[in-house]
Design a protein around this ligand. Structure first.
Ligand code: NAD
Ligand code: UDP
Length: 310
């Protein structure tokens, strides 16, 4: 039985990851400071004797005997990560630094949940891992983007200097059940607005694009990445190449929910990337991975989830 640490395990993605790791017979320690995650996301796992939930802030060192580490600790929604941007940078940088130290001491493998945001507002489309990105280092998104870029850089320095076994995954927009109702990201916002009959808020003219991946596809990709041999460090893109404009997404959500909500246009936040789509050639060849859930099927699941909650 492997001892696996999931930092940020009470968040949206982390809770699905903990569940899957337990299902596969591992022992899981979830550490989280509940900044953007919720105890409720993992409460159903507490009855499992192989699951432990610990309140801990990764900006402080954590000690444990561990075989694998998944570092997901960091708020991912722009609304959350911009609320306390200094804390966001500290979480990415100090958090990754401490967890790399733990990996070094215990000889554990460590996977970093990095992001497509390292590509910023990309000048290359679709984005390949070899693209260095176009990030504003002083903008309102930079606490998150640059925080993750430093986290990646720390992983590679620990790998080169201390031989730490690293796995860097660049995650593209992911959605699914257990996103918080007030999370602020586009899928949860549109679905909740549509179900409540409120205006659907498109920022800008809605022509900007994103590629949306259903959470189960991501979890499969993370596990496959962790299982690769030590010579494969990544970075590797994990995302669904289906690309949609926000206007298309809004119309899809209205149609699927049968909502009478109107679409309204609000100002576009600064530095909002105009387009995003992963090139997943590397993930396909190295992990034998490709997404399997279409946006239509994934949205049906999310709509069902929020209908149940509202
Ligand atoms: P989330 O906000 O639901 O989860 C993040 C979790 O980290 C939360 O439970 C939060 O409380 C915890 N956390 C934050 N700061 C912490 C700290 N200092 N110490 C301990 N725990 C802390 O977001 P998510 O969508 O589940 O994202 C998980 C990870 O995946 C993040 O690292 C995020 O950057 C990355 N990611 C997500 C997406 C996406 O679309 N969801 C895309 C790219 C990358
Ligand atoms: N967005 C929107 N309305 C909302 C929330 C977000 O139009 O209510 C837009 C946002 O401006 C961005 C896209 O949807 O262009 C994706 O936003 P999200 O916050 O989900 O993720 P990110 O920008 O980090 O990819």
């Amino acid at each position: 039985m492997k001892q696996i640490l999931v930092a940020g395990g009470a968040g949206f993605i982390g809770s699905h990851l903990c569940e899957r790791l337990l299902d596969e017979g591992n022992s899981v320690v979830c550490i989280d400071n509940f900044y953007s995650g919720r105890r409720e996301n993992v409460v159903h796992l507490l009855k499992n004797p192989n699951f432990e939930l610990i309140r801990h802030d990764v900006t402080q060192p954590y000690r444990a005997e561990i075989d694998e580490i998944y570092n997901l600790a960091c708020p991912a929604s722009p609304v959350y990560y911009q609320t306390d941007p200094i804390q966001t940078t500290k979480t990415s940088v100090f958090g990754t630094f401490h967890l790399l130290g733990l990996a070094k001491r215990t000889k554990a493998k460590i996977l970093l949940a990095s992001t497509s945001e390292v590509y910023g507002d990309p000048a290359i489309h679709p984005q390949t891992e070899s693209y260095w990105g176009n990030v504003n280092p002083i903008g309102i998104r930079s606490c998150y983007d640059e925080g993750k870029r430093v986290a990646e850089s720390l992983c590679f320095d620990y790998h080169r200097i201390h031989g730490v076994r690293i796995k860097v995954v660049r995650i593209f927009n992911t959605y699914g059940p257990r996103m918080a109702e007030n999370d602020g990201r586009v899928v949860s916002n549109f679905v909740v607005q549509a179900l409540k009959g409120e205006d659907i808020t498109i920022y800008g003219d809605g022509s900007q694009t994103r590629s949306f991946q259903y959470v189960s596809d991501l979890i499969e990709g993370l596990l496959r990445m962790m299982a690769t041999d030590d010579s494969f460090t990544g970075p590797v893109n994990i995302g669904n190449p289906g690309e949609f404009s926000m206007l298309e997404l809004a119309k899809k959500v209205i149609e699927k929910t049968g909502s009478r909500s109107r679409i309204v246009f609000k100002p576009l936040p600064s530095d909002d990337p105009k387009m995003r789509r992963p090139d997943i050639t590397l993930a396909c060849s190295k992990l034998g991975w490709a997404p399997t859930v279409s946006l239509d099927d994934g949205l049906d699941q999310v709509i069902k989830y929020f209908r149940g909650r509202l």
